[in-house]
Design a protein around this ligand. Structure first.
Ligand SMILES: [Zn+2]
Length: 127
């Protein structure tokens, strides 16, 4: 639970940075498969802000904790499977999914936020 709270704190900081970078008009807590963290409804763009440990980030490759190794392995495996299912379901409904990893926005979320703001701006020009 602690890890989850920390991630939602990161997510909040990222949203603030996104707002400051000029990307407005997003929704949070959208009722979509997998409950994406940030959604741009008109662009049909769904963004997941994922913690590197829980969602098994391959860049960081964080090891399983030694205590209760089986428990963590199963739990992380389930999370990854849920992610894949949600993305597939969203894609079927015409949504594009984007994953923002914790390591991309930590400690400073501004660079990633500007990149995303730029992408949103470009999409809006051509839609
Ligand atoms: Zn990572």
């Amino acid at each position: 639970m602690r890890a989850n709270r920390r991630v939602s704190h990161r997510e909040r900081l990222f949203r603030q940075a996104l707002w400051r970078a000029g990307a407005r008009g997003y929704r949070v807590q959208a009722r979509l498969p997998g409950r994406p963290d940030i959604v741009f409804p008109k662009l049909r763009l769904a963004i997941f802000v994922n913690g590197c440990f829980w969602h098994g980030c391959s860049t960081c490759g964080l090891p399983e904790p030694k205590a209760n190794a089986d428990f963590w392995r199963v739990k992380r495996q389930q999370t990854r499977e849920r992610d894949v299912r949600a993305e597939r379901e969203l894609a079927t409904n015409g949504w594009e999914c984007l994953t923002i990893w914790e390591h991309e926005i930590r400690p400073d979320p501004r660079r990633r936020a500007s990149e995303l703001a730029l992408l949103v701006q470009e999409r809006r020009q051509f839609s």
